[in-house]
Design a binder for this molecule. Structure first.
Ligand SMILES: Nc1ncnc2c1ncn2[C@@H]1O[C@H](COP(=O)(O)OP(=O)(O)OP(=O)(O)O)[C@@H](O)[C@H]1O
Ligand SMILES: [Mg+2]
Length: 465
């Protein structure tokens, strides 16, 4: 089984503690090395200062001075070119290395070396000298200083560095864990809110946003709130549609049921038998109501459809879309004539959805336009937009109603006698807005209505027509 990843706050805590550890260890090692070099320099200087004494000892054949032995007392020795050495009585002898012999033979002037004598570390200075006693070729003297004290100081310093560094690293780990915990607390709030929404489906549960002190988490919370708002609005819209639709379906269904009841009763009771003309009229009513129901259901389904799914988005010529909508409109209402003025206008969109939108405008114009006067259709580029205008010479729409006709099921008073459910323009606006455009109605000069669709144009902006 795959192990669970440690939590983000634990990982952040470990990472920052590791960063502190690297810095502390680096600084400690540098400080320790620096101190060691400094102390070693001090010893070298001391050796240099005291080498004169070694020369004096050498002149006396390493015998003149009584050696007071102790850790602070330097050791002395004479080294001859053949490698043999002379040490004061009672003093341990200093090991003679090959380099020391080179110095004694005057191949080198002097050398500093660290050696161990009886288990104790010493720094040794070996220097070539040339005096009356040494003869013409000279030889070397050695002086050695005990490094125990320096090494002790270095060890203590190292220990102090390790201890303070260790405590510092541990403290940094705890502190960064605590800080990331505190820093991630707002994330916990967002997570809790998301989990609440997931478990209760309550889209109104907004995440608390700290406006006083906005940070990245505030932006996450704000985006989540706007997402919840958008989802909530869409769910409300769907619910509203279902409620409105069932309410609207009730009316044609009731009259349908009444008519069918009437027909059945007449069939079952010979004394109530209907005249053939009456029966014919009732049956035609039933047929018309069936059509109305059919149309209504089609429109409700159209409105409920998610515009982002299904049809492919592509570059299309709006004039072509309008021509094909006009062909369908002519087939539906052969008694109405339609005229078209067009310039090519390319848009990105879903051809079928746009065609349905245009067809709704043509249907309306055909429905309200007086017989004999053609419905005029215009397609053009206008600046950075592609526009469709459908104009009729019907009764027009009152100024107050120009916007409300786009509401679902809204029909003007005059329109109640006409067939229709008041969903057509709602569909038009939904499709057009889904394409990033606008749809509106205006009163036409000289009477009638202009219905407009405006979409973003693809390609260079142009003004034509
Ligand atoms: N060209 C027009 N002339 C006059 N009134 C119009 C015109 N187009 C729309 N309207 C008014 O706007 C209302 C809403 O139109 P919409 O197309 O949404 O519904 P509808 O045509 O009544 O029914 P549906 O289109 O759903 O079959 C209409 O009922 C009518 O009152
Ligand atoms: Mg309509």
């Amino acid at each position: 089984m795959k192990g669970r990843r440690p939590s983000l706050r634990r990982r952040l805590g470990v990472v920052s503690a590791a960063a502190v550890a690297v810095a502390v260890i680096g600084v400690s090692v540098a400080a320790w090395l620096l101190l060691r070099d400094q102390l070693s320099d001090v010893v070298s200087e001391r050796l240099d200062r005291q080498v004169g004494y070694a020369v004096k000892m050498d002149s006396a054949g390493m015998r003149s001075t009584v050696q007071s032995s102790g850790p602070d007392t330097p050791l002395y020795q004479t080294v001859f070119p053949d490698g043999s050495s002379l040490t004061p009585v009672g003093q341990p002898s200093i090991p003679v290395s090959a380099t020391d012999r080179q110095v004694a033979r005057r191949e080198l002037y002097d050398t500093h070396e660290n050696v161990k004598i009886n288990g104790t570390s010493y720094q040794v200075l070996t220097r070539w000298i040339h005096t009356k006693q040494t003869g013409p070729n000279g030889h070397a003297v050695q002086i050695a200083i005990d490094l125990s004290e320096m090494n002790g100081t270095l060890a203590n310093f190292g220990l102090i560095l390790a201890l303070t560094g260790g405590v510092g690293i541990a403290a940094a780990g705890v502190l960064s864990y605590w800080l990331t915990r505190a820093g991630l607390r707002p994330v916990d709030r967002v997570v809790a809110a998301a989990e609440h929404v997931a478990s209760t489906q309550d889209l109104s549960a907004a995440v608390a946003v700290d406006q006083q002190d906005p940070d990245e988490v505030t932006r996450v919370a704000e985006s989540m709130n706007s997402m919840l708002n958008a989802l909530g609005a869409s769910r409300d819209a769907q619910r509203q549609l279902v409620e409105d639709a069932s309410h609207e379906l009730a009316t044609p269904l009731t009259s349908l049921r009444t008519n069918i009841d009437l027909l059945l009763r007449a069939e079952n009771h010979p004394e109530r038998r209907l005249e053939s003309a009456d029966k014919q009229r009732l049956l035609q009513d039933v047929q018309a109501q069936m059509h109305e129901l059919d149309h209504l259901i089609e429109e409700v389904v159209e409105l409920a459809r998610d515009p982002r799914t299904g049809e492919e988005v592509e570059e299309i010529d709006l004039a072509e879309v309008v021509r094909s909508a006009m062909t369908r409109a002519r087939a539906r209402t052969p008694q109405v004539s339609f005229t078209l003025m067009e310039t090519p206008a390319v848009v990105r969109g879903q051809a079928n959805a746009l065609e349905r939108a245009v067809l709704n405008l043509l249907d309306n114009a055909a429905k309200w336009g007086p017989p004999g006067i053609p419905v005029e259709v215009l397609v053009r580029q206008w600046g950075a937009s592609a526009e469709v205008k459908v104009s009729d010479r019907g009764p027009g729409i009152a100024e107050d109603d120009l916007e409300r006709v786009f509401e679902r099921f809204h029909r003007t008073k005059e329109a109640r006698q006409m067939p229709g459910s008041g969903l057509g323009l709602a569909i038009v606006r939904q499709v057009v807005q889904g394409h990033g455009g606008r749809a509106w109605m205006s009163r036409r000069d000289g009477g009638g209505t202009d219905a407009w669709i405006q979409l973003p144009q693809v390609g260079p902006a142009a003004t034509a027509l």
